[in-house]
Design a protein around this ligand. Structure first.
Ligand code: ADP
Length: 501
């Protein structure tokens, strides 16, 4: 264990997100001392296509890191290690002899390969085989088809890849490769599990999948555990010799940052959308409810692969933005808390925000949003309340689907994300679910997860017990509503969804 009185005092988390990069300084008490954030450009070459410039990702990320260190007068000796969490699935292919990407990064949101995926994976038998190997439902979202697209469309790329002259990486791999001066070409198990090329049961790049997408195995990074060595910094302008010892995809990082280390522990992030992950331990249950099975990040002393079930709500906080920006009903998101609490109930008003269809457990891509149950007495507060309630109902639907897949109830739901600050929403969520809702003081759990993974690997923290002990003053919400009332709210939601479908 490092001596906290004389050893390095901090861990730095590099939080590489979809719209911005952040560097976060975390101290031994798990406190976030400071954050530096830099946005970067979103590139939309055509409708439905999304790209990032890999150099912009890199320089925004390194800019945050060096600014943070300079601001606090820190050198390599003050930083025990670096952890990285990143936007998942986003795909970069580069030439290691020059360090030049062959084109922009294809971002997870990009739909350019939807037809390719339909063509290669449309056969239900093929789709089932992919789900059995990767835990994923075939989709353009994951990296596999994005790599294939690059090889098929960038002149000369396929020949160069087959000659072993190109490397593939998700954003973590790209950052690690550059930061280590090109020494380490590696990813972690959580990022690997989102490529749709990784066999999550056997723990290897799957030869059948590589062949299906026609991707040379030589491009693929080595897959390492999330908490362990990824080399050390060796890049001009960055203090040299800081060990990089934690890597995880953003959602798995948040699960770890929420101290969900064991089967049955779950977290829900209430952001623009919601991301719900349930730790399932050594079991990798195959979902019957169109959820995905993914690899969870593990502490270094865990000697087997751990898994999680994952599901998402497409429109969550986005419906609150819609109230603000399209309807002009509120000035800022936080106002919904007061409005929703100002009325006794929802007066029968429900909003089903199916702006882009409905996901699990309904899977209705063509569904569109509805507001039901309006009467002459319905007012602004009821609409705001219905919008907030919709986050809770959609999350509750997801929780129930997950419990069915896992075969056990979720007893505690750990929450984070912007909308988790809304006390009305959290109380209503506890009422609808009947389980305990825990909101940590520090809801920046994504960066915290990366810091924890990195810190555990170098003994900055002694183990997961110590990490749990850092988290003492959660806000806890429990069901207060009478069961008949809960049933009435849920029945109203069911009926509203039925009308939407
Ligand atoms: P993301 O990381 O997806 O951009 P954040 O975690 O920053 O999202 O959360 C922002 C979202 O949460 C926005 O959609 C916003 O409308 C919603 N939000 C933020 N604060 C509140 C609040 N107090 N009540 C309800 N919704 C909120």
């Amino acid at each position: 264990m490092s001596d906290v009185t004389t050893g390095p005092r901090y861990v730095v988390a590099l939080d590489q997100g979809t719209t911005s990069s952040r560097a976060v300084l975390v101290d031994h008490d798990g406190k976030m001392v400071d954050v530096v954030q830099r946005p970067f450009n979103q590139i939309y070459p055509k409708p439905g296509w999304v790209e990032h410039n890999p150099h912009e990702i890199l320089f925004s990320q390194l800019g945050c890191l060096t600014e943070l260190l300079q601001k606090h007068g820190l050198g390599a000796e003050d930083v025990a290690c670096i952890g990285i969490d990143n936007q998942r699935e986003t795909t970069i292919v580069w030439d290691p002899s020059t360090g030049e990407p062959v084109m922009n990064a294809i971002v997870w949101q990009c739909r350019r390969t939807a037809d390719m995926v339909e063509e290669l994976c449309g056969d239900p038998e093929v789709a089932a085989k992919i789900q059995a190997k990767t835990g994923l439902l075939p989709d353009a979202y994951f990296s596999a088809s994005k790599i294939a697209w690059i090889l098929n469309n960038v002149p000369g790329a396929r020949e160069r890849a087959e000659a072993g002259e190109l490397l593939f990486g998700t954003v973590d791999t790209w950052l690690v490769w550059v930061l280590t001066g090109g020494l380490v070409h590696a990813t972690d198990v959580t990022n690997a599990s989102r490529t749709m090329l990784y066999n999550i049961h056997e723990g290897c790049w799957d030869p059948w999948l590589l062949e299906l997408f026609d991707i040379p195995a030589s491009m693929m990074p080595e897959v390492r555990r999330s908490s362990g060595s990824f080399g050390e910094t060796s890049y001009p302008g960055v203090p040299a010799g800081i060990p990089i010892t934690g890597v995880a995809g953003d959602q798995q990082s948040a699960l770890f940052g929420q101290c969900c280390f064991e089967a049955g522990q779950a977290k829900n992030t209430y952001g623009t959308g919601c991301f719900l992950l349930l730790h399932t331990g050594a079991e990798a249950p195959a979902s019957k409810n169109s959820l995905v099975t993914t690899i969870a990040a593990s502490a270094p002393d865990v000697d087997h692969t751990e898994y999680a079930l994952e599901g998402s709500v497409f429109v969550a906080g986005a419906v609150i933005q819609w109230l603000r920006d399209e309807l002009g009903l509120i000035r800022d998101a936080a106002e919904t808390e007061y409005l929703a609490s100002s009325v006794e109930d929802n007066a029968g008003v429900y909003i089903v925000p199916a702006f882009t269809g409905l996901g699990a457990p309904y899977w209705a891509a063509d569904a569109r949003g509805t507001i039901t149950g309006l009467t002459r007495g319905a007012n602004r507060a009821h609409i705001a309340r219905a919008a907030l309630e919709s986050l809770a109902y959609q999350s509750a639907d997801l929780v129930r689907a997950m419990e069915a897949d896992a075969g056990a109830p979720i007893k505690t739901l750990n929450v984070d994300g912007g909308a988790s600050r809304n006390n009305f929403l959290m109380q209503f969520q506890a009422d609808m679910l009947g389980c305990e809702i825990r909101r940590p003081q520090n809801t920046e759990t994504t960066s915290l997860g990366a810091a924890y993974l990195a810190g555990l690997a170098v003994g900055f923290w002694s183990g997961t017990d110590e990490l749990r002990s850092l988290r003492t003053t959660d806000d806890v919400f429990e069901r207060k509503m009478a069961p008949e009332q809960v049933d009435a709210y849920l029945a109203g939601w069911k009926e509203a969804v039925r009308r939407t479908l």
